[in-house]
Design a protein around this ligand. Structure first.
Ligand SMILES: Cc1cc2nc3c(=O)[nH]c(=O)nc-3n(C[C@H](O)[C@H](O)[C@H](O)COP(=O)(O)OP(=O)(O)OC[C@H]3O[C@@H](n4cnc5c(N)ncnc54)[C@H](O)[C@@H]3O)c2cc1C
Length: 368
């Protein structure tokens, strides 16, 4: 039996970031990870560290996303120092492009709504007419009429982020250790994983879609589902784009990522040429020079989505010491999971102001 203070089930971006934060605080932890056979959004995502439009209608998430963006730079510097390699993080702000006056008006409405929702705390995002956008991104196509811009947005190489977290976790990261059974016992939990049995006072369920069967082992249902997104990546191009946006970003190395679709197809993570065509067409409309770029690779990956697309953080039913952490923005929230969320757990549990993130918010919506 391997004894720890806390077991983190799942070693994707959410579990690894939380585990890293707990480890830094001196807790004895183990991060148990199923490995490469699992559905892993952490290996297939777009790499945005994003704030704008997150939390529309749900201010606690808007605050959390902004907090996450604020802590990302220090989180990144410390992580890079610890592991000795860079993870390609940049924070220069990000755009969302509009291709018609109607698009522009709708985006302006959303931004205004979020300003109003955030009240005196403020919501730092503005609309820009084409001329200003073109000054910052001269390569935009003729169809772009304007954009929203948020100075807190950024991007990172998500694969290097994941590798850095695993490297930092060192011997506390147990790859190929799928949790196959959880037993509540006096004073905590026992978890079967691979050929080993682990025991701890607390468990954190952070296994993405794998949280569904894990929560059932403790008698709970979680309202999350897969949603496919497809992404393409081009050959390396000379630098032409200083800012990321939801459909196009140029990496530090020069490749350009294009994406990503939103498809309700269950657990099918294959790619479809018609969807890839739409993604590339939209990207070329935004930046016509992309028409000459060669595509190197395309893939599909599954988002981990709650009905309202906001995170779920909660304890599980009668198990006060089993905590769930699942979200659709594991890249964006990595700093907050490590620096803040893990801090809450180290101090004993979720704070009262996290109550809105409980999945019981969907019971209220269903009853209304
Ligand atoms: C197409 C696409 C684009 C995206 N773009 C962005 C973006 O730009 N910015 C952003 O912030 N987010 C983005 N995301 C979302 C982001 O990738 C996810 O929020 C994040 O990866 C979720 O991390 P996770 O650790 O919860 O889940 P996952 O990455 O799915 O990892 C789950 C982990 O749990 C393990 N596991 C599963 N079951 C078990 C078990 N029983 N025992 C032990 N381990 C288990 C798996 O091996 C895996 O490592 C995107 C996602 C997709 C699909």
């Amino acid at each position: 039996m391997i004894e720890r203070d806390i077991l983190v089930l799942g070693g994707g971006l959410v579990g690894a970031a939380i585990g890293y934060g707990l480890q830094k605080r001196g807790l004895r932890i183990a991060v148990l990870d199923e490995g490469d056979v699992a559905h892993r959004a952490s290996r297939g995502n777009f790499g945005l560290v994003w704030v704008q439009s997150k939390g529309d209608g749900f201010p606690p998430y808007a605050d959390w996303a902004r907090h996450a963006a604020d802590v990302w730079p220090d989180f990144c510097t410390e992580l890079e120092q610890r592991v000795g390699f860079k993870i390609g993080y940049q924070k220069r702000g990000g755009f969302s492009l509009c291709f018609s006056e109607k698009d522009f008006a709708a985006r302006a409405n959303l931004i205004k709504r979020m300003h109003n929702q955030q009240g005196p705390k403020g919501y730092d995002c503005e609309m820009m007419e084409r001329a200003r956008v073109e000054k910052m991104m001269p390569a935009i196509g003729p169809d772009v009429v304007g954009a929203s811009f948020c100075p807190h947005d950024g991007h990172v190489n998500p694969l290097l982020l994941l590798r850095a977290l695993h490297t930092a976790l060192g011997v506390d990261y147990f790859n190929e250790h799928r949790a196959s059974a959880i037993r509540a016992r006096r004073g905590g939990f026992e978890v079967d994983a691979g050929a080993a049995v682990f025991a701890a006072g607390r468990v954190v369920l952070a296994a993405g879609l794998g949280n569904l069967p894990l929560a059932r082992m403790l008698g709970a249902e979680l309202p999350i589902r897969p949603q496919r997104g497809q992404i393409l990546v081009t050959e390396r191009l000379p630098a032409f784009l200083d800012f990321p946006m939801s459909g196009v970003r140029q990496t530090v190395e020069g490749t350009v990522m294009l994406g990503s679709s939103r498809e309700e197809v269950g657990y099918d993570n294959s790619i479809k040429t018609d969807v890839l065509k739409t993604i590339t067409r939209n990207a070329v409309r935004a930046f016509p020079l992309l028409a000459r770029a060669r595509i190197l690779r395309a893939w599909g990956a599954l988002r981990v989505l709650a009905p309202d697309e906001h995170p779920i953080y909660q304890t599980l039913g009668d198990h006060a010491h089993a905590i769930v952490a699942t979200c659709h923005s594991g890249v964006s929230l990595a700093g907050a999971h490590s620096e803040t969320f893990a801090g809450y757990l180290a101090q004993g549990g979720l704070p009262a102001h996290f109550a809105p993130f409980h999945s019981r918010r969907f019971d209220v919506q269903a009853a209304a």
